[in-house]
Ligand binder design. Structure first.
Ligand SMILES: [Zn+2]
Ligand SMILES: [Zn+2]
Length: 389
């Protein structure tokens, strides 16, 4: 077995993982093979950087993990800037965690626990969201950049059947490892598959709200705060409004995450409307919604790997968050296994971004994309079919 020695400085770290939530970081650290900071932080940070880091090893890579102090693109941008200033030799940065999914991608049904990987990040701007309607400031994609060569090259290998096969097998294996590590450590998070009966997708226009005796809910189909905190069962959301989905797996015992690669929408607003979700997704050809990608991308090109924990509509709840964080962490580690660090020849990601395609900081929608793939590519676990659209 290969021996791994403790890195001597921050320059020995080429890979970083950023998580927006402590619970997302918990899932990732369950897959660490070794920690370098059990005796305390050995590597320090530059002045002005107030991030706290966890360092260790994932497979053959030294990895530094940072947890953001809050959600949203601005927080992600400043924390990522600090990460980049302390760890100057980073070549690959992952943003790992949970997201809201788009229910259908290229005719395939998306299930909670599936994982999306960014081919591109699209920052959209809602302008202002009013109860019951919204106003978009601007919707022009005003600048385009590309993911760096490293990331594009790595994603491209998953176009081969052999690599796809390996990625799927590895992800499923890591998920099992993570689940058993959590059980051994008696973690409180629920990393087991919650069951297909809990995977409810409602019609886009069907709003999660009090049916009677609530002034706020009866106004413009909006949802009051109390209703938002109440489960669909307690609120009485109707089973007749559920969407029938085409299951690629037989039952709970053989669920495995499907991996979708495509454009991920990133914004500061929590997406919680089925109709707005579908409208924005269609307009920008998005496969998921999250809140940090665009901010982190401003500082370093990164690969967003996120587990779908809800359908970004008014019925969203926290039930699937732990499981989705676990599937995302497992796919990230499987991807990292395929990543090769070349000595010398590569420039750190920050230099590539700064010297790369012009990336304006417009005040409306922008899109940062690689173009290795056609727009949305899907990896299907189980039957190994591959569909590019
Ligand atoms: Zn209400
Ligand atoms: Zn509901």
């Amino acid at each position: 077995m290969a021996q791994f020695t403790q890195p001597t400085s921050r320059d020995d770290f080429h890979v970083a993982v950023i998580c927006a939530l402590p619970s997302e970081a918990d899932a990732v650290t369950l897959l660490f093979d070794q920690f370098w900071d059990e005796e305390g932080d050995q590597f320090g940070r530059t002045s002005g950087d107030n991030n706290t880091y966890i360092t260790g090893r994932l497979g053959k890579h030294n990895v530094v993990l940072a947890v953001l102090p809050g959600m949203g693109t601005n927080t992600a941008a400043s924390a990522t800037a600090n990460l980049r200033s302390s760890y100057c030799s980073l070549k690959l940065v992952f943003l790992v965690g949970i997201c809201g999914g788009v229910p259908k991608i290229a005719d395939y049904d998306v299930f909670l626990g599936d994982v999306v990987v960014s081919k591109a990040i699209v920052q959209y701007d809602f302008g202002r969201q009013y109860p019951g309607h919204f106003e978009v400031k601007k919707n022009v994609e005003d600048s385009l950049g590309r993911a760096n060569k490293d990331i594009r090259g790595m994603l491209a290998v998953f176009e081969t059947e052999l690599m796809r096969d390996r990625l799927q097998t590895k992800s499923a294996m890591y998920l099992k490892q993570l689940q058993s590590a959590a059980a051994k450590k008696r973690r409180r998070a629920k990393y087991q598959y919650p069951g297909i009966a809990e995977n409810r997708l409602y019609l886009p226009a069907y709003v999660h709200r009090h049916v009677k005796s609530c002034d706020i809910c009866s106004e413009c189909d909006s949802t009051c705060e109390l209703a938002a905190m109440t489960s669909c069962a307690d609120l009485g959301c109707e089973a007749a409004k559920l969407v029938k989905q085409d299951m690629p797996f037989e039952d709970d015992s053989n669920f495995s995450s499907t991996i979708f690669i495509g454009r991920i929408g990133s914004g500061n607003t929590v997406m919680k409307s089925g109709e707005i979700r579908d409208w924005i997704a269609k307009k920008h050809n998005l496969i998921a919604f999250e809140m940090e990608g665009a901010g982190a991308w401003d500082e370093v090109p990164c690969l967003v790997v996120k587990g779908v924990c809800d359908y970004a509509d008014s019925h969203k709840n926290k039930r699937w968050q732990d499981f989705a964080a676990a599937t995302a962490a497992s796919v990230m580690k499987a991807i990292l296994d395929r990543y090769i660090v070349t000595d010398g020849g590569q420039r750190p990601v920050a230099a590539q971004l700064n010297g790369g395609a012009g990336q304006g900081k417009g005040n409306s929608t922008r899109s940062i994309s690689g173009n290795t793939f056609g727009d949305n590519v899907r990896i299907v676990q189980g039957d190994m079919t591959w569909n590019g659209t």
